[in-house]
Design a protein around this ligand. Structure first.
Ligand SMILES: *[C@@H]1O[C@H](CO)[C@@H](O)[C@H](O)[C@H]1NC(C)=O
Ligand SMILES: *[C@@H]1O[C@H](CO)[C@@H](O)[C@H](O)[C@H]1NC(C)=O
Length: 359
Protein backbone atom coordinates (compact mmCIF):
# COMPACT_ATOMS: atom_id res chain seq x y z
CA UNK A 1 0.00 0.00 0.00
CA UNK A 2 2.69 2.47 -0.98
CA UNK A 3 -0.11 4.35 -2.71
CA UNK A 4 -1.04 6.07 0.51
CA UNK A 5 2.48 7.17 1.12
CA UNK A 6 2.83 8.35 -2.45
CA UNK A 7 -0.41 10.26 -2.35
CA UNK A 8 0.55 11.94 0.88
CA UNK A 9 3.97 12.79 -0.41
CA UNK A 10 2.69 14.32 -3.60
CA UNK A 11 0.19 16.44 -1.75
CA UNK A 12 2.74 17.46 0.84
CA UNK A 13 4.89 18.71 -1.99
CA UNK A 14 2.25 21.21 -3.12
CA UNK A 15 2.21 24.54 -1.39
CA UNK A 16 -1.09 25.62 -0.01
CA UNK A 17 -2.46 22.14 0.22
CA UNK A 18 -3.01 22.23 3.91
CA UNK A 19 -4.84 25.50 3.55
CA UNK A 20 -7.09 23.81 1.01
CA UNK A 21 -7.53 20.96 3.38
CA UNK A 22 -8.49 23.35 6.14
CA UNK A 23 -10.88 25.17 3.82
CA UNK A 24 -12.64 21.99 2.82
CA UNK A 25 -12.91 21.02 6.44
CA UNK A 26 -14.47 24.36 7.22
CA UNK A 27 -17.03 23.72 4.56
CA UNK A 28 -17.73 20.36 6.10
CA UNK A 29 -18.11 21.96 9.49
CA UNK A 30 -20.51 24.55 8.17
CA UNK A 31 -22.66 21.92 6.51
CA UNK A 32 -22.79 19.45 9.36
CA UNK A 33 -26.31 19.64 10.70
CA UNK A 34 -26.03 18.41 14.25
CA UNK A 35 -23.39 20.13 16.30
CA UNK A 36 -22.23 17.93 19.14
CA UNK A 37 -21.98 19.25 22.69
CA UNK A 38 -18.81 20.51 24.36
CA UNK A 39 -16.72 22.20 21.68
CA UNK A 40 -13.60 23.86 22.91
CA UNK A 41 -10.95 25.79 21.01
CA UNK A 42 -8.37 26.54 23.55
CA UNK A 43 -8.55 25.16 27.00
CA UNK A 44 -6.60 23.06 29.45
CA UNK A 45 -7.57 19.88 27.61
CA UNK A 46 -6.08 21.12 24.35
CA UNK A 47 -2.95 22.18 26.21
CA UNK A 48 -2.77 18.74 27.78
CA UNK A 49 -3.19 17.02 24.44
CA UNK A 50 -0.48 19.18 22.90
CA UNK A 51 1.81 18.21 25.76
CA UNK A 52 1.35 14.48 25.16
CA UNK A 53 1.34 15.03 21.41
CA UNK A 54 4.83 16.51 21.63
CA UNK A 55 6.03 13.42 23.44
CA UNK A 56 4.50 11.25 20.73
CA UNK A 57 5.93 13.45 17.96
CA UNK A 58 9.43 13.54 19.40
CA UNK A 59 9.74 9.79 18.84
CA UNK A 60 10.14 10.69 15.17
CA UNK A 61 13.43 12.44 15.93
CA UNK A 62 16.83 10.87 16.18
CA UNK A 63 17.64 10.63 19.87
CA UNK A 64 21.09 12.09 19.20
CA UNK A 65 19.25 15.23 18.17
CA UNK A 66 17.15 15.49 21.31
CA UNK A 67 18.91 18.71 22.29
CA UNK A 68 18.21 20.22 18.92
CA UNK A 69 14.70 19.35 17.84
CA UNK A 70 11.57 21.46 17.88
CA UNK A 71 9.23 19.05 19.65
CA UNK A 72 11.75 17.88 22.21
CA UNK A 73 12.76 21.44 23.04
CA UNK A 74 9.25 22.75 23.71
CA UNK A 75 9.42 24.20 27.24
CA UNK A 76 7.06 21.62 28.76
CA UNK A 77 9.13 18.61 27.73
CA UNK A 78 12.63 19.97 27.13
CA UNK A 79 14.00 18.71 30.45
CA UNK A 80 12.95 15.13 29.80
CA UNK A 81 15.77 12.65 30.41
CA UNK A 82 15.82 9.75 28.01
CA UNK A 83 16.07 6.85 30.40
CA UNK A 84 15.83 4.08 27.84
CA UNK A 85 15.44 4.12 24.07
CA UNK A 86 14.83 1.34 21.60
CA UNK A 87 14.71 0.79 17.84
CA UNK A 88 13.94 -2.59 16.42
CA UNK A 89 13.33 -3.62 12.82
CA UNK A 90 12.99 -7.36 13.28
CA UNK A 91 10.86 -9.29 13.91
CA UNK A 92 8.77 -6.11 13.91
CA UNK A 93 9.28 -2.38 13.88
CA UNK A 94 9.17 -0.63 17.21
CA UNK A 95 10.79 2.57 18.28
CA UNK A 96 10.36 4.73 21.32
CA UNK A 97 11.66 5.74 24.68
CA UNK A 98 11.06 5.86 28.39
CA UNK A 99 11.58 9.44 29.53
CA UNK A 100 11.63 11.02 32.97
CA UNK A 101 10.68 14.63 33.62
CA UNK A 102 11.71 15.46 37.17
CA UNK A 103 10.15 18.92 37.21
CA UNK A 104 6.69 17.58 36.36
CA UNK A 105 7.32 14.28 38.15
CA UNK A 106 6.29 12.36 35.06
CA UNK A 107 7.52 9.14 33.52
CA UNK A 108 6.55 8.81 29.87
CA UNK A 109 6.62 5.75 27.66
CA UNK A 110 6.36 6.98 24.06
CA UNK A 111 6.03 4.93 20.87
CA UNK A 112 6.64 5.98 17.32
CA UNK A 113 4.34 5.25 14.39
CA UNK A 114 5.41 3.85 11.07
CA UNK A 115 4.86 4.39 7.41
CA UNK A 116 3.84 0.73 7.30
CA UNK A 117 0.63 1.44 9.16
CA UNK A 118 -1.57 0.90 6.12
CA UNK A 119 0.28 -2.33 5.29
CA UNK A 120 -0.17 -3.58 8.81
CA UNK A 121 -3.86 -2.79 8.59
CA UNK A 122 -4.42 -4.52 5.30
CA UNK A 123 -2.45 -7.74 5.53
CA UNK A 124 -2.79 -11.04 7.32
CA UNK A 125 -1.56 -9.54 10.58
CA UNK A 126 -5.01 -8.21 11.35
CA UNK A 127 -5.85 -11.71 12.53
CA UNK A 128 -6.35 -11.68 16.27
CA UNK A 129 -4.33 -13.62 18.81
CA UNK A 130 -5.15 -14.20 22.49
CA UNK A 131 -3.47 -11.63 24.74
CA UNK A 132 -2.54 -10.84 27.47
CA UNK A 133 -1.59 -14.06 29.21
CA UNK A 134 -2.84 -14.26 32.78
CA UNK A 135 -0.41 -13.94 35.63
CA UNK A 136 -0.98 -17.53 36.77
CA UNK A 137 0.37 -18.78 33.46
CA UNK A 138 -2.89 -19.97 31.96
CA UNK A 139 -3.43 -18.96 28.39
CA UNK A 140 -5.41 -15.76 28.66
CA UNK A 141 -7.26 -13.78 31.28
CA UNK A 142 -10.60 -15.35 30.49
CA UNK A 143 -9.84 -17.03 27.23
CA UNK A 144 -11.43 -14.34 25.13
CA UNK A 145 -9.31 -11.21 25.16
CA UNK A 146 -7.72 -10.93 21.72
CA UNK A 147 -5.57 -8.37 19.96
CA UNK A 148 -4.23 -7.54 16.51
CA UNK A 149 -1.36 -9.88 15.79
CA UNK A 150 0.82 -7.30 13.99
CA UNK A 151 0.52 -4.73 16.80
CA UNK A 152 1.40 -7.36 19.36
CA UNK A 153 4.49 -8.39 17.36
CA UNK A 154 5.62 -4.77 17.34
CA UNK A 155 5.04 -4.30 21.05
CA UNK A 156 6.74 -7.58 21.94
CA UNK A 157 9.88 -6.40 20.16
CA UNK A 158 10.24 -3.77 22.91
CA UNK A 159 8.34 -5.31 25.81
CA UNK A 160 11.22 -6.68 27.86
CA UNK A 161 13.25 -3.51 27.60
CA UNK A 162 10.29 -1.38 28.67
CA UNK A 163 9.52 -3.67 31.58
CA UNK A 164 13.16 -3.53 32.71
CA UNK A 165 13.24 0.25 32.54
CA UNK A 166 9.95 0.64 34.41
CA UNK A 167 10.97 -1.89 37.00
CA UNK A 168 14.16 0.04 37.74
CA UNK A 169 12.16 3.25 37.95
CA UNK A 170 9.58 1.69 40.27
CA UNK A 171 12.37 0.59 42.61
CA UNK A 172 13.85 4.08 42.82
CA UNK A 173 12.42 5.63 45.97
CA UNK A 174 13.10 9.14 44.65
CA UNK A 175 10.55 8.54 41.91
CA UNK A 176 7.89 7.02 44.14
CA UNK A 177 5.35 9.79 43.60
CA UNK A 178 5.87 10.18 39.86
CA UNK A 179 2.99 9.56 37.47
CA UNK A 180 3.22 7.22 34.48
CA UNK A 181 1.97 7.96 30.98
CA UNK A 182 1.80 5.92 27.82
CA UNK A 183 1.58 7.85 24.57
CA UNK A 184 1.84 7.11 20.87
CA UNK A 185 0.75 8.04 17.40
CA UNK A 186 -0.49 5.60 14.74
CA UNK A 187 1.12 2.16 15.17
CA UNK A 188 2.74 3.73 18.22
CA UNK A 189 -0.74 4.37 19.64
CA UNK A 190 -1.57 0.68 19.31
CA UNK A 191 1.65 -0.27 21.07
CA UNK A 192 1.04 2.28 23.82
CA UNK A 193 -2.36 0.67 24.43
CA UNK A 194 -0.78 -2.77 24.72
CA UNK A 195 1.93 -1.41 27.02
CA UNK A 196 -0.68 0.25 29.23
CA UNK A 197 -2.54 -3.02 29.71
CA UNK A 198 0.67 -4.98 30.08
CA UNK A 199 1.85 -2.62 32.78
CA UNK A 200 -1.47 -2.79 34.60
CA UNK A 201 -1.83 -6.53 34.54
CA UNK A 202 1.47 -8.04 33.68
CA UNK A 203 4.00 -6.81 36.18
CA UNK A 204 2.88 -8.61 39.27
CA UNK A 205 5.90 -7.59 41.30
CA UNK A 206 5.02 -3.96 41.48
CA UNK A 207 1.76 -3.08 39.83
CA UNK A 208 -0.54 -4.98 42.11
CA UNK A 209 -1.37 -5.78 45.69
CA UNK A 210 2.00 -7.42 46.26
CA UNK A 211 3.87 -4.35 45.12
CA UNK A 212 1.78 -2.12 47.34
CA UNK A 213 2.38 -4.34 50.34
CA UNK A 214 6.08 -4.03 49.60
CA UNK A 215 5.59 -0.28 49.99
CA UNK A 216 5.71 0.70 46.31
CA UNK A 217 3.70 3.76 45.47
CA UNK A 218 4.91 4.34 41.92
CA UNK A 219 3.10 5.40 39.89
CA UNK A 220 1.04 8.12 41.54
CA UNK A 221 -1.35 7.89 38.60
CA UNK A 222 -1.49 6.43 35.12
CA UNK A 223 -2.75 7.55 31.76
CA UNK A 224 -2.92 6.44 28.17
CA UNK A 225 -3.20 9.08 25.46
CA UNK A 226 -3.31 7.91 21.87
CA UNK A 227 -3.27 9.91 18.62
CA UNK A 228 -4.72 8.35 15.48
CA UNK A 229 -4.94 4.90 16.98
CA UNK A 230 -6.25 2.00 14.95
CA UNK A 231 -8.53 -0.46 16.75
CA UNK A 232 -6.33 -2.77 18.79
CA UNK A 233 -8.44 -5.68 19.96
CA UNK A 234 -11.83 -7.20 20.63
CA UNK A 235 -14.42 -6.10 23.15
CA UNK A 236 -12.93 -8.20 25.94
CA UNK A 237 -9.58 -6.57 25.37
CA UNK A 238 -10.88 -3.02 25.33
CA UNK A 239 -12.70 -3.71 28.57
CA UNK A 240 -9.30 -4.40 30.10
CA UNK A 241 -8.08 -1.05 28.84
CA UNK A 242 -11.13 0.77 30.18
CA UNK A 243 -11.33 -1.25 33.35
CA UNK A 244 -11.37 0.79 36.54
CA UNK A 245 -8.73 -1.56 37.88
CA UNK A 246 -6.26 -0.62 35.19
CA UNK A 247 -3.22 0.73 36.99
CA UNK A 248 -4.74 -0.85 40.00
CA UNK A 249 -4.42 0.72 43.39
CA UNK A 250 -3.42 4.14 42.20
CA UNK A 251 -5.48 7.20 41.60
CA UNK A 252 -6.73 7.48 38.14
CA UNK A 253 -5.84 10.70 36.46
CA UNK A 254 -8.56 13.28 36.46
CA UNK A 255 -7.13 16.15 34.45
CA UNK A 256 -9.29 18.70 32.87
CA UNK A 257 -12.45 17.49 34.51
CA UNK A 258 -12.36 14.35 32.43
CA UNK A 259 -12.46 11.69 35.05
CA UNK A 260 -10.66 9.22 32.88
CA UNK A 261 -7.20 7.96 32.36
CA UNK A 262 -7.65 6.84 28.77
CA UNK A 263 -7.99 9.38 25.98
CA UNK A 264 -8.14 8.52 22.33
CA UNK A 265 -7.62 11.48 20.06
CA UNK A 266 -8.94 11.35 16.50
CA UNK A 267 -8.28 14.13 14.01
CA UNK A 268 -11.10 15.01 11.60
CA UNK A 269 -11.32 12.33 8.90
CA UNK A 270 -8.20 10.36 9.73
CA UNK A 271 -8.83 6.94 8.19
CA UNK A 272 -6.69 4.91 10.60
CA UNK A 273 -9.07 4.99 13.62
CA UNK A 274 -11.71 3.40 11.37
CA UNK A 275 -9.47 0.35 10.88
CA UNK A 276 -9.24 -2.55 11.13
CA UNK A 277 -12.88 -3.31 10.49
CA UNK A 278 -14.46 -6.31 12.12
CA UNK A 279 -14.40 -9.37 9.90
CA UNK A 280 -16.31 -12.53 10.28
CA UNK A 281 -13.38 -14.93 10.38
CA UNK A 282 -10.62 -12.63 11.60
CA UNK A 283 -12.35 -11.19 14.61
CA UNK A 284 -14.23 -8.19 15.87
CA UNK A 285 -12.45 -4.94 16.65
CA UNK A 286 -13.52 -2.19 19.04
CA UNK A 287 -12.01 1.02 20.35
CA UNK A 288 -10.95 1.59 23.93
CA UNK A 289 -11.00 4.93 25.66
CA UNK A 290 -13.10 8.01 25.27
CA UNK A 291 -12.74 9.62 21.88
CA UNK A 292 -11.75 13.26 21.81
CA UNK A 293 -12.31 14.46 18.29
CA UNK A 294 -9.89 17.12 17.14
CA UNK A 295 -11.46 19.22 14.41
CA UNK A 296 -10.07 21.99 12.30
CA UNK A 297 -11.36 25.36 13.36
CA UNK A 298 -10.59 28.74 11.82
CA UNK A 299 -8.19 27.19 9.33
CA UNK A 300 -6.04 25.69 12.05
CA UNK A 301 -5.64 21.93 12.03
CA UNK A 302 -6.69 19.95 15.10
CA UNK A 303 -7.47 23.13 17.00
CA UNK A 304 -10.93 22.37 18.32
CA UNK A 305 -11.68 19.47 20.64
CA UNK A 306 -14.99 17.69 20.95
CA UNK A 307 -15.41 15.36 23.89
CA UNK A 308 -17.41 12.39 22.70
CA UNK A 309 -19.64 9.98 24.54
CA UNK A 310 -18.10 6.69 25.52
CA UNK A 311 -19.65 3.26 25.88
CA UNK A 312 -17.08 1.03 27.50
CA UNK A 313 -19.65 -1.75 27.85
CA UNK A 314 -20.40 -2.38 24.19
CA UNK A 315 -17.64 -0.44 22.41
CA UNK A 316 -20.17 1.64 20.50
CA UNK A 317 -18.62 4.78 19.02
CA UNK A 318 -20.31 8.18 19.29
CA UNK A 319 -22.18 8.82 16.01
CA UNK A 320 -21.75 12.56 16.59
CA UNK A 321 -17.99 12.17 16.45
CA UNK A 322 -15.65 10.60 13.89
CA UNK A 323 -17.80 7.46 13.62
CA UNK A 324 -20.51 9.63 12.07
CA UNK A 325 -18.35 10.88 9.19
CA UNK A 326 -18.64 9.55 5.66
CA UNK A 327 -16.13 6.87 4.67
CA UNK A 328 -15.76 8.75 1.39
CA UNK A 329 -13.96 11.53 3.23
CA UNK A 330 -11.59 9.36 5.25
CA UNK A 331 -7.99 10.04 4.36
CA UNK A 332 -4.40 9.51 5.43
CA UNK A 333 -3.42 13.20 5.50
CA UNK A 334 -5.55 13.83 8.56
CA UNK A 335 -3.59 11.03 10.20
CA UNK A 336 -0.47 13.15 10.12
CA UNK A 337 -1.75 16.21 11.96
CA UNK A 338 -2.61 16.05 15.64
CA UNK A 339 -2.53 18.51 18.52
CA UNK A 340 1.14 18.91 19.33
CA UNK A 341 2.24 16.80 16.39
CA UNK A 342 3.70 19.03 13.74
CA UNK A 343 3.82 18.60 10.02
CA UNK A 344 7.57 18.28 9.94
CA UNK A 345 7.22 14.61 10.78
CA UNK A 346 5.76 14.18 7.30
CA UNK A 347 8.72 13.55 5.00
CA UNK A 348 10.30 11.15 7.44
CA UNK A 349 7.02 9.44 8.22
CA UNK A 350 6.31 8.87 4.58
CA UNK A 351 9.75 7.85 3.49
CA UNK A 352 9.54 4.17 2.55
CA UNK A 353 12.68 3.29 4.49
CA UNK A 354 11.97 5.53 7.46
CA UNK A 355 11.51 2.72 9.96
CA UNK A 356 14.97 1.39 9.18
CA UNK A 357 16.80 4.67 8.95
CA UNK A 358 17.58 5.02 12.63
CA UNK A 359 18.04 1.43 13.72
C1 LIG B 1 20.49 21.81 14.86
O1 LIG B 1 19.54 21.68 13.82
C2 LIG B 1 19.74 22.55 12.72
C3 LIG B 1 18.58 22.41 11.77
O2 LIG B 1 18.23 21.09 11.59
C4 LIG B 1 21.10 22.26 12.08
O3 LIG B 1 21.33 23.13 11.01
C5 LIG B 1 22.20 22.41 13.12
O4 LIG B 1 23.43 22.04 12.58
C6 LIG B 1 21.88 21.53 14.35
N1 LIG B 1 22.86 21.79 15.40
C7 LIG B 1 23.48 20.83 16.06
C8 LIG B 1 24.41 21.28 17.14
O5 LIG B 1 23.30 19.64 15.83
C1 LIG C 1 16.93 5.32 34.48
O1 LIG C 1 16.30 5.56 35.71
C2 LIG C 1 16.69 4.71 36.76
C3 LIG C 1 15.84 5.03 37.95
O2 LIG C 1 16.05 6.32 38.41
C4 LIG C 1 18.19 4.90 37.04
O3 LIG C 1 18.60 4.00 38.03
C5 LIG C 1 18.97 4.67 35.74
O4 LIG C 1 20.32 4.97 35.98
C6 LIG C 1 18.43 5.55 34.64
N1 LIG C 1 19.12 5.24 33.40
C7 LIG C 1 19.57 6.19 32.58
C8 LIG C 1 20.27 5.73 31.35
O5 LIG C 1 19.42 7.38 32.81
Amino acid sequence: MRLWALLGFVVYGCHGTFQQLADSNERMLASSADMPKSRVHSNPLLTTLRHWGRYAASTYQRYEDWDNCTDCQAPDIAETELNSTWSTALPAFSRGYVGIHHGRREVVVAFRGTTHIMDTLSDAQIAQVPWPPSSDGSDTIDGTSRVHWGFLLAYKAAQLQIRDALETIARDARLADYSLHFVGHSLGAAQATLAFVDYSLGYPEYSNEKGRKAGRTFPRSCSLVTFGSPRVGNLQFIRLVDSPSTCVGWHRRSDDKLDESVLRVVHESDIVPHLPRSMLLLGRYSHAGRETWARDAAGEAASEIIICSHHADDGKEDPQCSAGTSPLGWNILDHLVYPGIQLHILPDFLHPLAPLANV
